[in-house]
Design a protein around this ligand. Sequence first.
Ligand code: PHE
Length: 344
Amino acid sequence: MKDRLQALEQEAFTSIRSIGDVEELKALRVRYLGKKGELTEILRGMKDVAPDERPVIGSLANDIRARLEEGISSREEELQEQALEIRLRHEQIDVTLPGKPQALGGIHPISAVIEQIEDIFVGMGFEVAEGPEVELDSYNFESLNIPKDHPARDMQDSFYVTPEILLRTHTSPVQVRTMEKKEGQVPVKIICPGKVYRRDDDDATHSHQFHQVEGLVVDRGIAMSELHGILAAFAEKLFGMELETRLRPSYFPFTEPSVEMDISCVQCGGQGCRMCKETGWIEILGAGMVHPRVLEGAGYDSERYTGFAFGMGPDRIALLKYGIDDIRHFYTNDLRFLRQFQSV
Ligand code: PHE
């Protein structure tokens, strides 16, 4: 009996060592240690063993069972570790491989300029107001002191949807809409950025759709000096350099008096170059004191309040800032052009 037990142990251990699979190992456990297993089978012969030998055999059988249990579970651990290692080797990631490049977009140069303009004015206490691009003729023209037969309508030839509705030709209607909303309250201190449309033939300096940033300040005691001070400070911030500014008389139906503001040429500093057409000056915006008729029409008492307004073209400013010679580049969306501004 003792011999049979020892032989069984040896045989079992040989099998355990040669098994390479957890499932087979389970089957082996049943074969040797299960209820109908071989060890149990041998122990059934106990009744034939001499009584004084039984304890010795019994304890030997127990030891063998314990050793087999232990041998099987340590083999099981080994096999599981091996399997894990194989899996990890398969799933290994080579972190040194170059990644798939993600195509990064950039901000369009015109949007970048509009954002810069907004930041500067917001820093001076202005709010940003917006309005519809499809506008009523009455807001786009009439409330801005441009009646139906006014010659200034020629300067802003437009796209009409119906005789009374058009694509706005400037962002000035947003001024009137904002003043109406404020119902005579001051201060009004807004800028209105947005797209505008005119029936122009596209060329290097014209586009039928372009952008404007318009501004409006209305309060008690606003004078031409505030207009000049704020716009000169703005221009220096925008171009990041000290500049000379000058106001030239001009004409807009909705401001009186009206001016255009020039800055000393950002390229030559006023010496004269190709960019400023040898004049030393570059025009960057139109402005003026809000016409009393516009104030009254929007519900403001022009005896108590005055204001100034200004309007500029971010497209033109972007041309100047980045030294570009054709406005059409902004709208044809050639990636070779746009990629140059990725980090702007
Ligand atoms: N709206 C004018 C234009 O488009 C610009 C402007 C705005 C001029 C405000 C003066 C004051 O030409």
